[in-house]
Each structure stands twice: as C-alpha cells, then as structure tokens.
Ligand binder design. Structure first.
Ligand code: PEP
Length: 245
C-alpha cells in the first residue's frame, strides 16, 4: 500500500465534546509533514454537534469533515430531532456515513438507506455507504448474497458513482477486536469490486495500530473506516504511519 490513494475515515460515533477538538492540531500537524500525505485522504466524522467547530478548526488543512447519518428528506419539515443532508452541508460537512450497522440495527432498512443516499448526493455530500453481514449470516455462509442485496438496493436509481465510497464493515467485527482473515477479506473486497465496478471499497471493523500491520497488505482495500481507535489522535496517527511502513 505504498503509492496508492488511501482513505482514513474517523467515525467518532456518539463520543466527544468541544474539548475533544483540542488535540486535532496533532493530527493536522502530522498530516502536513507526512511525506505520503498526497496519497492520503483523512475525513473526520464527529457527532453533528461538532461539525461546525471542527470544520473551523481544520479550515486550513486538507483534513475534511463528515457527518454520521442524515434524514432522507432533502427539504426541511416537521421531523423533530432530525437533520437533513443540506443542513449538514451548511455547517461544513463534505461527507456523510449512511447505512452504518448501528443504525441498521436500530431499524434502518435498505430502502430507507437508498433514500438517504440519494438525498445526500442531491445535497452535494459524498457518501460513505456501509454494508456488512452479521455473525449469523457469516455462519450461514450467505455473506455475498447479503452484500449483494444491501449494495444493489442502496444504489438503486443512482447513476453517478463518483461520490460514493463503499465501506465493507462486517457487523461481528465492529467494536469486537475481531477482523476477518486476510484471504477472506481480499475475496470479499474483490467480489464487491467485480460486481459493482468503479467504486472505492474501504474496510471497517476493529482496525487498530496492531492489526493494521496485517490489513495493509490486502492490496485491493482503498482505505479504512475507524471507530474506537480514531478518537485518540496518537492511535489514529499510528495507524496511518504503519500503513506506509
Ligand atoms: C465503525 O463504527 O464504523 C467501526 C469500524 O468501529 P470500530 O473501529 O470501533 O470497530
């Protein structure tokens, strides 16, 4: 993974307050001075409350900011507690994560996810589209069918592929410390790329500064979506450094 364009996307989930922005300068400084920085895209997806202040903090850097979800309606309306893609863009988001398994578990289905993706694209956001099988589905050996259905439905009626990144995140791997075997991961990423051509495909699920030494050799992966390890700038920087070591 030396001379390839790689994404490192930080998903802060429901963690962080204004004081968590204080250490961001460390990542910005590291990135500025890192010799490989022209091959890297760093995107932070904090809780919505931090999008504006984080965008301001990162203004003169190449680090971009994204959101973690959006409402499917492009226009404003009576949806208490919701935020749509236009509103996220208005406060500085360039990307939005859609289809994360934590939201699928909370009731989001493929149809809703498709509506959200379409709304986000229309509003001018790039989409980090998450897919992945549960442990039960893996055991039943239906991972590829599950992914095929999730991706096909999610991308229904979407013509412009340029602004979508697919993030393969096995549900059993998120937050568990477990990652797929290298050959299995290579095969799944290959399957997605063959079936859905011209998409960048990322891996997410328990990426940390140890297992990156293994993951970096899977050369069809276009980057990583990182949850737990992205909240600590030192761990996040370590992951990036080790990817290129
Ligand atoms: C995630 O939430 O997208 C994720 C990959 O989390 P973690 O790295 O903590 O498994």
């Amino acid at each position: 993974m030396t001379n390839k364009y790689i994404y490192f996307i930080a998903n802060w989930k429901m963690f962080g307050g204004l004081n968590s922005l204080n250490s961001l300068h460390k990542v910005a400084k590291f990135f500025k001075n890192f010799e490989k920085n022209k091959y890297i895209k760093i995107i932070y997806c904090p809780p919505s409350t931090l999008i504006r202040p984080m965008s301001k903090k990162l203004k003169n850097t190449r680090i971009e900011v994204g959101a973690q979800n959006c409402h499917e309606n492009q226009t404003s309306g009576a949806f208490t507690g919701s935020i749509n893609a236009k509103m996220l863009k208005n406060v500085g988001a360039k990307y939005v994560i859609i289809g994360h398994s934590e939201n699928r578990e909370a009731g989001e289905n493929n149809k809703l996810i498709n509506l959200k993706i379409r709304s986000a694209l229309k509003s001018g956001l790039k989409v980090i589209f998450c897919v992945g099988e549960t442990l039960k589905e893996k055991r039943k050996k239906i991972t590829k069918q599950v992914l095929n259905k999730q991706i096909k439905s999610g991308l229904d009626k979407i013509k412009n592929k340029n602004n979508i990144l697919i993030a393969y995140e096995p549900v059993w791997s998120i937050g568990s410390g477990l990652i797929p075997k290298s050959n299995e991961l290579f095969n799944i990423i290959n399957f997605i790329k063959k079936k859905f051509k011209n998409y960048n495909v990322l891996y997410g699920g328990s990426v940390n500064s140890k297992n990156i030494n293994e993951l970096k050799f899977i050369d069809n992966i276009d980057g990583f979506l990182i949850g737990g390890s992205s909240q600590d700038p030192k761990k996040f920087i370590d992951i990036i450094k080790k990817t290129y070591n």
